[in-house]
Write a protein that binds this ligand. Structure first.
Ligand SMILES: Nc1ncnc2c1ncn2[C@@H]1O[C@H](COP(=O)(O)OP(=O)(O)O)[C@@H](O)[C@H]1O
Ligand SMILES: [Mg+2]
Length: 262
């Protein structure tokens, strides 16, 4: 199995001095469905902004589908973003455009041939179950339907990863289940899905899925144990590889020990 999204000791500090994330590590495998859970302010949206390289971490390493996000040349950012569909917390739908026009807009911007783009949009609207709303305006749709529009817009280019930021935030229980099941179907067709939520109902709907818990920008203890187990495993493996090799001498100057007890 291969890694799709990996964060290694990632911290994000703002100029104000506030930390959005502190020493966060996790690994999400290709094809996995993971809930990213935590109360408001826990750092969920920041994790997504880092994954799409909207922002850079203060320290740490981020690898998305084998691309080292931090070293990624800015010219390669569109290549990264094509792999990722995002359902934004505030949806970012344009109120003066129809559902069809909203979904096709990113395709138009990326210069996709219009007839082909229209075909992709029609197919995706069908898949997500909103074809009947094609020519309506956002104000005519319910909250759940609008979520589906945003999901459709994120899926037109068949991304490797779907990031859904609190897609059930303002929905009742039945609609929450419907949206989570839709994301599950998308995942079953091969897309890696990360859903940020603080909604217990959403998690219960798919109780067998992995949950990554953030609290005030830090991983909850259960996740830390899991991450540590992974690191220990890796260290064991590399020990086995190196144990018969001659040890290199330390590269840097030897540390003075005299300041240790202060
Ligand atoms: N641009 C920013 N400048 C300063 N602080 C920020 C900024 N963006 C987010 N934060 C802070 O980082 C923390 C995590 O925010 P966020 O990732 O949006 O959390 P969540 O999505 O879990 O609600 C919050 O305390 C928030 O106020
Ligand atoms: Mg958020």
């Amino acid at each position: 199995m291969s890694s799709m999204v990996r964060l290694n000791n990632v911290s994000k500090k703002f100029p104000t001095g506030a930390f959005a994330l502190e020493d966060v590590s996790f690994d999400i495998e290709k094809g996995e469905f993971v809930f990213l859970v935590g109360p408001t302010g826990a750092g969920k949206t920041t994790v997504f902004k880092l994954i799409i390289r909207e922002t850079l971490p203060t320290t740490g390493e981020i690898v998305v589908d084998n691309l080292d996000i931090i070293k990624l040349a800015s010219g390669k950012i569109p290549h990264l973003r094509k792999k990722i569909g995002v359902v934004f917390q505030d949806l970012k739908l344009l109120m003066d455009r129809t559902i069809f026009e909203n979904i096709i807009l990113p395709l138009e911007i990326s210069g996709i041939e219009p007839v082909f783009a229209a075909k992709l949009v029609e197919e995706t609207m069908e898949k997500v179950g909103i074809a009947e709303h094609r020519d309506k305006f956002p104000i005519q749709l319910s909250g759940g339907e609008l979520q589906k529009v945003a999901i459709a817009r994120a899926l037109t280019l068949d991304p490797e990863i779907l990031l859904a930021d609190e897609p059930t935030g303002n929905l009742d229980q039945a609609t929450t289940m419907e949206i989570v099941k839709l994301l599950d179907e998308i995942n079953k067709k091969g897309t890696t899905v990360i859903m940020a939520t603080h909604n217990e109902d959403a998690i219960k709907t798919l109780s067998e899925k992995r949950v990554i818990i953030l609290k005030k920008g830090r991983l909850a203890d259960a996740n830390k144990k899991e991450a540590k187990a992974n690191v220990d495993n890796l260290e064991k493996k590399s020990d086995n590889i190196t144990k018969n090799k001659k040890k290199d001498s330390p590269a840097g100057p030897k540390e003075e020990k005299k300041d240790e007890d202060f």
